[in-house]
Design a protein around this ligand. Structure first.
Ligand code: ZN
Length: 304
């Protein structure tokens, strides 16, 4: 079994459902290619390989999956556009390598409902519909995200596919988080509505035995996005995204928290380190305690 990351008594396993390929311009919005391409090389079609990191949290005997990958239920055209590699190990393969099956997941926290975050939430049911992949899991989504995912007029409508999440509601396996911005979810897990990327986008935080970590989801998809003004073209509310990313990365730096990245292919568990004026995110290795005990005011990351 691949070693886990440890945040206090919480085990964190990275389960990569990628790779898939996205346009470099989309990933860096208004940032000129001459700047970002030094750190993130692209292919002849200007695409870059992205991981699709989901995280399995094991705490207090409960197994929580954060995000559900890209899935494999895509037509040929989408497979070509996104370079989905049919032979790459999937989220379910990686769960299997830990000795776990879909029935072993107790809950799934979906940071948002873009297709690369909930792809495995459902699978084809063999009769033209879809059914939940994780039969015993409660799925958590913010109400604003749920509403926006069902708005056909929304600017981001092309990123949402009802078949990936509507069956969760039909099966009684959906719990909408209302209000916020913070939700204590038990077992050391907290969700935080950030906005920025989408209105109902969630970050997640872990706290155990004085150790802390944060998952920024698509507010900081790659390590290159540690620069606060490097935002993606997918961020619907870029000014808000900049402000909340600045605040949360600042809190992670002050508290020496581990930072988990959603789409970074290269060692996506990181630690903020400031070098002169620049904030770097240095790789953390699995099998060790990931953060030092909290030495900052834990309220630093509060949005209220
Ligand atoms: Zn994403």
């Amino acid at each position: 079994m691949a070693p886990a990351f440890r945040i206090g008594s919480i085990e964190v396993h990275r389960l990569d459902d990628g790779p898939f390929w996205l346009d470099g311009g989309q990933m860096f919005g208004i940032v000129p290619k001459v700047l970002w391409s030094k750190e993130c090389p692209v292919d002849a079609d200007n695409r870059m390989a992205m991981a699709c990191n989901c995280y399995l949290l094991i705490s207090g005997g409960r197994r929580t999956l954060v995000d559900a990958g890209l899935g494999r239920d895509w037509d040929d055209k989408s497979r070509r556009i996104y370079g989905v590699d049919a032979s790459a190990p999937t989220l379910l393969d990686r769960l299997g390598a830990l000795g776990l099956g879909p029935g072993d997941i107790d809950r799934v926290l979906l940071t948002h409902l873009h297709f690369d975050h909930c792809g495995w939430a459902t699978v084809p049911d063999g009769s033209g519909g879809h059914r939940p992949t994780f039969p015993n899991a409660e799925h958590l989504v913010h109400r604003l995200e749920w509403d926006d995912a069902h708005d056909p007029e929304a600017r981001g409508a092309a990123s949402y596919f009802d078949r990936l999440y509507d069956p969760l509601k039909a099966a009684g396996q959906l719990r909408l988080l209302e209000g916020g911005p913070e939700f204590a979810l038990g077992q050391g897990l907290e969700a935080l509505v950030t906005g920025g990327h989408t209105r109902g986008h969630l970050a997640w935080m872990l706290e155990s035995q004085g150790h802390r970590a944060i998952g920024l989801a698509d507010l900081c998809p790659l390590a290159a996005h540690r620069r606060e003004r490097w935002l993606t073209a997918f961020d619907l509310y870029p000014v808000e995204a900049l402000a909340v990313k600045r605040r949360l990365l600042g809190a992670a730096e002050a508290g020496n928290w581990a930072v988990f990245l959603n789409h970074e292919p290269d060692r996506p568990a990181r630690r903020p380190v400031r070098r002169s004026a620049h904030l770097d995110l240095d790789p953390l290795e699995a099998g060790i305690q990931c953060s030092t005990a909290d030495r900052a005011d834990s309220d630093a990351a509060r949005l209220t």
